[in-house]
Design a protein around this ligand. Structure first.
Ligand code: NAD
Length: 477
């Protein structure tokens, strides 16, 4: 138990797991095998910085190796600890199973506040951490493939892949040792926005179903829905930006580390993000909105959709009964504690669970890994061939129209849109959309199809655990 009388993050994940397996028919041995974290490596290393040796502590946890490589981000935050990394690794196992990404689950973390260090210092620290993991095959294209998480991004991934290449000079698959790389370093179009876009696709799929809309008492589609988002980082920014620019949502609240912003008429997400970039990452003093010193109270504000996209445990026993949003989508990992989950379920709040909601990141990471292993970008072979076949059809239509004097004219812009073959970005989006829809379908079949399953989280766990169990069974375990 943590100090606040709540389970720790890992205990919370295990308790959610237990709720699901209680409804399944697994042997106790297999149940235990799936739940436990296989291994956690702790490393303490020194780096000479600012004239003295600084010691850092890092972790890489492997939850399940039923499929390899194992996959999961690397987080940079001051409070990273073994419990957290193990909880996140477990969620990765279930997430990959749910979206059918052929990986086991892993996660890494480094206890560091990245804002305290200069870029060249962060590079030294990252390379040293990567070295420790690479030499134990805890970073390796066929065994363990990290990605960005809180506090890390393309830049850190580029340093890691370079470090790996230096240590494995003849490995032709070196770029596949990590995903979330910059395009120039072997990355894939659409990865940076992938988790946020996945949140958007998840909501779009949810709102397609009348039963789902009725369950949370919201009508129509996403257009005009009011949204509060916590955390305007990689995931929160892209989710908020896409929901407002493409889906017509009104972002009425943004909660950041230093407080919250509120505007009933809707906040300009791009302007807030730019303000943060220019003012040390904070939202305070942003002129176009009401500033709320204790940002967390905005979690309790009136809105249609609440998107926690910052960190775990923010919706807990202390505030759960005051949350008003009828629909919460967990863009962050573990934002709702086990106890809070129970309170919200009793109130009838619908929760779209993390293992599905933020799976867009690992889905596009999977595409990136495949791209790296196949050494060719998606669409390179087919694009022009597709265009020439489309051209044939257009030519034929135009010929028919002219020969028969029919006077047909195509709608404005149709020809250009139809003729264009799909590039990598379009293929990535199509693959992501399809993945999110299929994963949602598999959850909803259980949610609506079984009388003993009353929420999406348990449904998600049942789908994921069943797939992991089948994988173990097929190995004869
Ligand atoms: P990030 O570091 O890019 O952004 C996190 C944001 O949250 C920052 O803007 C930070 O200032 C803010 N924040 C931190 N603590 C806060 C607090 N107490 N209150 C309000 N705001 C706070 O991180 P990210 O990559 O966007 O990850 C966010 C969450 O999404 C994490 O739970 C992570 O595990 C999860 N996630 C990330 C990815 C990914 O692809 N990056 C994929 C899946 C899940």
């Amino acid at each position: 138990m943590s100090a606040m009388g709540e389970p720790t993050f890992r205990e919370s994940v295990d308790m959610m797991f237990n709720r699901a397996v209680a409804l399944m028919d697994l042997s106790p041995g297999l149940e235990e095998k799936i739940r436990v974290c296989n291994s956690t490596y702790t490393v303490r290393f020194g780096v000479r910085l600012r004239g003295k040796i600084e010691t850092f502590t890092g972790y890489r946890s492997v939850h399940s190796e039923h499929m390899e490589p194992v996959k999961g981000g690397i987080r940079y935050a001051p409070n990273v600890n073994q419990d957290e990394v193990e909880a996140l690794a477990a969620l990765m196992t279930y997430k990959c199973a749910l979206v059918e990404a052929p990986f086991g689950g892993s996660k890494g973390g480094l206890c560091i506040d990245p804002r305290e260090w200069e870029v060249h210092e962060l590079e030294q620290i990252t390379r040293r951490f990567a070295y420790e993991l690479i030499k134990r095959d805890l970073i390796n294209p066929s065994q363990n493939v990290p990605a960005p998480d809180m506090g890390t991004g393309e830049r850190e991934m580029a340093w890691i892949v370079d470090q790996y290449s230096r240590m494995h000079t003849t490995d032709i698959n070196a770029p596949a040792c990590v995903t979330g790389k910059p395009i120039s370093g072997g990355g894939i179009h659409g990865r940076v926005e992938a988790t946020g876009r996945g949140v958007q696709y998840a909501l779009m799929e949810y709102f397609r179903h009348p039963e789902e809309r009725a369950a949370c008492g919201l009508q129509g589609d996403l257009d005009g829905k009011t949204v509060v988002v916590q955390g305007l980082g990689n995931v929160g920014y892209h989710a908020a930006s896409l929901l407002s620019a493409e889906s017509g949502c009104r972002i009425v609240g943004i909660i950041e580390r230093d407080g919250g912003l509120w505007d009933e008429k809707g906040l300009d997400v791009e302007a807030v993000r730019q303000w943060m970039d220019r003012h040390g990452g904070g939202v305070k003093d942003y002129p176009e909105a009401t500033f709320v010193e204790n940002g967390a109270v905005l979690l309790e504000a009136d809105c249609d959709i609440l998107i926690p996209a910052a960190m775990e445990g923010v919706i807990n026993l202390h505030n759960a009964d005051r949350i008003k949003a009828p629909l919460i989508i967990e863009a962050a990992n573990g934002p709702i504690t086990f106890g809070a989950d129970e309170i919200l379920r009793k109130k009838g709040t619908i929760i779209i669970p993390d293992m599905f909601a933020n799976a867009g990141g690992v889905t596009v990471s999977y595409f990136e890994w495949v791209k790296n292993l196949s050494h060719i970008r998606f669409g390179r072979m087919q694009r022009r061939q597709e265009e020439s076949r489309h051209q044939l059809l257009i030519d034929e239509l135009e010929r028919l129209s002219a020969d028969k004097g029919l006077g047909w004219t195509l709608s404005p812009g149709f020809k250009e849109r139809y003729l264009r073959g799909a590039d990598e970005l379009e293929l990535v989006r199509s693959g992501l959309d399809d993945t999110m829809r299929s994963a949602y379908q598999s959850m909803r079949e259980i949610w609506h199809g079984r009388a003993d399953v009353t929420d999406l989280r348990v449904a998600a766990y049942i789908v994921a655990i069943d797939r992991v169990a089948n994988s173990y069974r097929s190995k004869g375990l």
